[in-house]
Design a protein around this ligand. Structure first.
Ligand SMILES: *Cc1c(COP(=O)(O)O)cnc(C)c1O
Length: 513
């Protein structure tokens, strides 16, 4: 029924636009740009709302049909001339479970939503598989091509590679630190047999990889010559794709008639922010739990009202080893009454002083929206062990943070709580085995990963060498089709890879140059 309602297409604005009448952009523009010109993040000018009847009518839809309703509300029914429905069907058809994001009951009132049935076994596939297809569809219509470069410490690189493989409009180069990823992570990148995919081992650290990518974007001739781009964690399209599974879980558990709560293992604040937008869109969400590991800047902020950067410490859940959560700026924009000048100023202060200026009123507003909880490594291990013992489920360490936080916080026991399982246990076998004595097997689709042929390119930590490799392997960009305005994508490269140092994170959040 919602398909027949015609709605005005949603427009987007930057969180840092300080003009009296902010400029607005279309979904297509937002998709390709990633970051706004002023360094801000795109958010809808107005968040669309589903009526109760429309949410009731979502019951019984397939995941792809539900995704079509949700995505169309924010992006329209077509991307240029390409209809979205078949594209969404294709996106999720390859996932390893017919429900795509199945729910499992762990105990009375507590559910697990499995978000690890995509090709690389982590929830990032749910968004990146769609974003890769959206990029391809839009670029092909425009006769354009991009060269995606990024750095990864492990997980995001493989998800981006799987999203871009075999796409005509995209060449992708992912830099990873030689010898510093797990074997599963490396193999997920180096065994992809696609001529447009290039995984490059750099003799250096993850930060060196980040710096090389940043230097490629800073070289204007190189950047424009190869139409450099990124599929980064602040791209609105990734948030949008993540809204879908909150609706899927909510409707399965009784929405719109009954509310639901979620516990989300949080790093860059993208996933739990998507849950917040699902709530703003009309899904009855009673509570959102922000689960953090020892890198607990968000939990500390919600407890004390102070957001101060610390140093990143390694934990059992590396995808959450983050100090500055890049998507938090979107919430800040809301807390600051959508005042772009105030957000721009706050982010400048944050970069300069390491402390985000937040008023008591803004802090209290955030507390009404989110419940924070920190889970250390000992509690993570204990949760993996107890969950295996009590329910026979193997949790990866990130999922265990969500489950532990869900159990720990004060909540309404009449509201079903859904903890997000964001990675397959086989992605983090050492931690799972240490806690349970069980070695989690890889799913059938990846069962032969350890014997597949690898294509390994090792390069020195030198910009010239990496640029030469890109120049030798990227397909030529069509003449006269250079797309990015200078600076528009220049700082998005750092977004691939989410296991950053505080220095890198803060630079990423604040830097518009
Ligand atoms: C990326 C990731 C997270 C953190 O998600 P954010 O959207 O950055 O908050 C948590 N768990 C896993 C397994 C991840 O890959």
């Amino acid at each position: 029924m919602s398909d027949s309602v015609s709605v005005d297409p949603v427009r987007y604005l930057s969180t840092r636009d300080d003009a009296p009448t902010p400029a607005t952009a279309s979904f297509e523009e937002v998709l390709l740009a990633g970051l706004a010109h002023d360094g801000g993040l795109y958010v809808p000018v107005e968040v669309p709302r589903f009526t109760r009847d429309e949410i009731a009518a979502m019951s019984g839809l397939s995941y792809a049909e539900l995704a079509t309703r949700v995505v169309a509300r924010f992006a329209g029914s077509h991307l240029g001339t390409v209809p979205l429905a078949p594209l969404l069907a294709e996106t999720y058809a390859g996932f390893g479970h017919p429900a795509v994001a199945p729910l499992k009951q762990l105990e009375s009132g507590l559910w697990l939503m499995e978000l690890f049935h995509g090709p690389t076994l982590a929830f990032k596939d749910y968004a990146l598989q769609l974003v890769g297809r959206l990029f391809e569809a839009l670029l092909q219509q425009r006769g354009e091509r991009v060269t995606i470069v990024g750095a990864t410490s492990g997980d995001t690189g493989s998800a981006a590679i799987e999203a871009c493989r075999d796409r005509d409009a995209v060449d992708i180069f992912i830099l990873y630190p030689n010898g510093r990823t797990s074997e599963v992570q490396r193999r997920q990148m180096t065994t992809v047999d696609a001529s447009n995919v290039h995984a490059i081992a750099i003799d250096g650290t993850f930060d060196d990889c980040q710096d090389l990518v940043k230097a490629m974007f800073a070289d204007a001739t190189f950047r424009d010559g190869f139409n450099l781009s990124a599929v980064n964690s602040i791209n609105w399209a990734r948030i949008l794709a993540q809204i879908v599974y909150y609706f899927a879980a909510g409707v399965a558990l009784g929405a719109p008639h009954r509310p639901v709560a979620f516990s989300v293992p949080t790093g860059n604040f993208g996933n739990v922010y998507a849950a917040h937008i699902a709530r703003r869109t009309g899904l009855p969400v009673a509570q959102l739990v922000v689960g953090t590991n020892r890198n607990d800047i968000l939990a500390r902020f919600l407890a004390t009202g102070k957001m101060t950067i610390g140093t990143v410490e390694p934990s059992l859940s590396p995808s959450m080893d983050i100090q500055v959560s890049s998507n938090f700026e979107r919430l800040l924009f809301e807390l600051m009454d959508r005042d772009g000048a105030a957000v721009a100023g706050a982010m400048r202060d944050f970069r300069a002083s390491g402390t985000l200026p937040v008023s008591p009123a803004q802090w209290h507003a955030a507390q009404r929206l989110f419940t924070g909880h920190r889970v250390d490594d000992a509690a993570t291990r204990a949760t993996i062990a107890a969950t295996w013992r009590d329910s026979g489920e193997l949790l990866d360490p990130h999922s265990a943070v969500a489950v532990a936080a869900a159990r720990a916080v004060t909540r309404d026991r009449n509201v079903p709580m859904v903890a997000l399982a964001c990675a397959h246990p086989a992605k983090f076998p050492e931690a799972v085995e240490a806690a349970t004595g069980q070695h989690p097997p890889l799913p059938a689709s990846l069962a032969d990963l350890m014997t597949r042929r690898e294509r390994i390119t090792v390069l020195p930590n030198q910009l010239a060498a990496v640029q030469r490799f890109v120049a030798d392997h990227a397909r030529p960009i069509p003449a006269g089709r250079l797309r990015p305005a200078p600076g528009s994508l220049a700082n998005t490269s750092e977004e691939i890879g989410h296991n950053q140092s505080a220095a890198v994170s803060s630079r990423r959040v604040g830097d518009a140059a």
